[in-house]
Design a protein around this ligand. Structure first.
Ligand code: FE2
Length: 183
């Protein structure tokens, strides 16, 4: 939201598991320019679901689907659906293929997840930018359609003005969302 705002040098740490182990991600605490520390956010390339297990902390998972995604011609600045899920230790979130995703740490502790996204160690740059993930669309739009901002010590969603079409965010618990996507 505020590219020049000051924050910790490293916002999150990722340990890639390769073929046999899960990936681990650890988020720093705090805010940068009012925005809670978050992962970059990406869309998957090709059909790929992903499951996040929350090992520690409190966070908000943001999911957004672009218009045209189902026909293979997604429009980066037009969003069809936007979902926010508040999560804590012990929760699990299934992310269906086609939903862009990022997670913000809204707690006072590390936020830690395990995920099962594949990492092919034979790729040119498997560690920082695995081939299954597209970060460019998010980079171009300077984030997702909403930012998770701290207001009076509470998280609130603030619209990203660069997006042309943005629906209202739908809030779900992890259980509600799981039953919605039937996984
Ligand atoms: Fe992913």
């Amino acid at each position: 939201m505020h590219p020049d705002a000051q924050g910790p040098e490293i916002h999150y740490y990722m340990i890639r598991g390769g073929d046999k182990k899960t990936n681990v991600t650890v988020w720093e605490t705090g805010t940068v320019g009012g925005e809670y520390i978050k992962t970059y956010g990406h869309y998957h390339v090709g059909h790929l679901d992903e499951t996040y297990n929350i090992a520690e902390g409190e966070g908000i998972v943001l999911l957004q689907k672009r218009k045209g995604e189902d026909s293979g011609q997604p429009i980066d600045d037009e969003i069809e659906s936007f979902i926010a899920i508040k999560v804590k230790q012990g929760d699990r979130v299934f992310i269906p293929s086609g939903m862009g995703h990022l997670v913000a740490n809204i707690g006072k502790t590390w936020f830690v997840t395990f995920d099962d996204s594949p990492v092919n160690m034979e790729e040119k740059d498997p560690v920082s930018l695995p081939g299954h993930a597209d970060y460019e669309a998010v980079k171009k739009m300077r984030g997702f359609a909403y930012y998770v901002v701290e207001e009076a010590d509470k998280p609130t969603l603030v619209k990203n003005p660069l997006y042309k079409v943005v629906p209202k965010p739908q809030w779900f618990t992890p259980e509600e969302y799981a039953s919605k996507v039937q996984k």
